[in-house]
Design a protein around this ligand. Sequence first.
Ligand SMILES: C[S@@+](CC[C@H](N)C(=O)[O-])C[C@H]1O[C@@H](n2cnc3c(N)ncnc32)[C@H](O)[C@@H]1O
Length: 267
Amino acid sequence: MKMSEYLSLVANSGQVNTPPGSYNTIKEWIAHSFLGPHSRVLEIGCSTGFISIEIARYAQSRCYGLDLHEQSINVARKNTDRYVQNLVTFQCGDAGQLPFNEHEFSHVIIGGHLPFVPSEVRQQHIQQAVRIVRPWGYVLTALYFYKSPPPQNLIDEFNLEVGTKLVAENDYSYWNNLFESQRLLLEYESMHEVVPADSNRTQTYLEHLEPTSRKAWEKRLRLFNENGAYLNYFVRVYRKLPEQDGLMLQIPRGGIYQTKQISQKSF
Ligand SMILES: C[S@@+](CC[C@H](N)C(=O)[O-])C[C@H]1O[C@@H](n2cnc3c(N)ncnc32)[C@H](O)[C@@H]1O
């Protein structure tokens, strides 16, 4: 009940519902998983479509977005501009019963919906997502985690207002362990700190929302900011290993030397 209240607020307010790290995360995924025009991508828990639409814009990939919430899917369709309309498709569906065949996708994005589903089913949802990725394909994720446990009353209020099912133990190892033993090879990870918004940033954020929804958002933004003080997030790229043994794979990955990058320049 509460979950769909929040999701309806998202859908009706023009809020751009993004993964942790927003555009930067999408660029990291693209750069580290060779997303391109040849890719076929499923985004699980697509909300109003940000990730799929941006991947289509940046990489010209064929993207499919799936979400349980019908209103969000309707808004995702409206958000699909004419430059990507041939590349993006949105549909209603449950991450627990994916209507796709084994090995149908080169990339699956899973993460944003996991805090919303009961902890008992999270691993099984990831298993299903992995099943539909082709061998040597990619599983992309970005997840907030608690770097220190927040007060229980804050978590309770956050869960009540947003509809998540978070607990103080949802730290780095918790989310990390969910992806283990799935024939997934971690190829890339970056870690980031969340910096809660100052009043100017919060004001700008509110000004870009539907005016009638601003009151409802004020309370949530206060909660996001309070909760954000306890959060970091990671961005990850996993590779799906084929079932067949004996394929060429270097272990330890990278060989005998570990390496550290000395510099990188963007011009
Ligand atoms: C925070 S939004 C995700 C936004 C963005 N795609 C991301 O990954 O960060 C979470 C979405 O997960 C959806 N969701 C929750 N449970 C789901 C399920 N069982 N199957 C599919 N989508 C689900 C919600 O409807 C909501 O739109």
